[in-house]
Design a protein around this ligand. Structure first.
Ligand code: ATP
Ligand code: MG
Length: 138
């Protein structure tokens, strides 16, 4: 079991000024930041990141949303990081997210859902490598 996961604070949340509050909640939940950057994705980069969803009906909507503003990308460390982070952020659709979760607190709807969290140890590594070189992490 890896102890790292990957997250993005999505453009809805950065645009509404929730970045600091979300990072504070993540750190208070016991995660340590091992890499972090503030970037705006190109359409090609957003499509590649969400390549697994390319055939889904919401793919173009998802890409357009993810390039609508800057994001914060980060690698996080904690025991049981992937599962614990998914629990901290809550269900994909904020209407189904548990009270106190990041998506319940800050997300508007299933598309604009404030944060991303890796769904497996394997994808956490792939996603971290997508954003960060060896020089940019510790
Ligand atoms: P993420 O991968 O962003 O952490 P997730 O793993 O909870 O979210 P996925 O099924 O991987 O959910 O979907 C990726 C993203 O695609 C969602 O976070 C959401 O922004 C968007 N998305 C998913 N389903 C829909 C939908 N039905 N309509 C619009 N957007 C959607
Ligand atoms: Mg996912």
């Amino acid at each position: 079991m890896s102890n790292r996961t990957f997250t993005m604070i999505k453009p809805d949340a950065t645009g509404k000024g929730y970045t600091g509050a979300i990072l504070d909640q993540i750190i208070k939940a016991g995660f340590t930041v091992k890499a972090m950057k503030w970037v705006r994705l190109t359409e090609e980069q957003a499509g590649l990141f969400y390549d697994i969803h390319r055939a889904r009906p919401f793919f173009q909507e998802l890409v357009d949303f993810m390039i609508s503003g800057p994001i914060v990308a980060a690698i996080l460390e904690k025991d049981n990081a992937v599962a614990d982070f998914r629990e901290l952020i809550g269900a994909t659709n904020p209407a189904n997210a548990a009270d106190g979760t990041i998506r319940k607190l800050y997300a508007a709807n299933i598309g604009e859902n404030a944060v991303h969290g890796s769904d497996s140890d394997e994808n956490a590594i792939i996603e971290g490598d997508f954003f960060f070189s060896k020089l940019e992490r510790f």
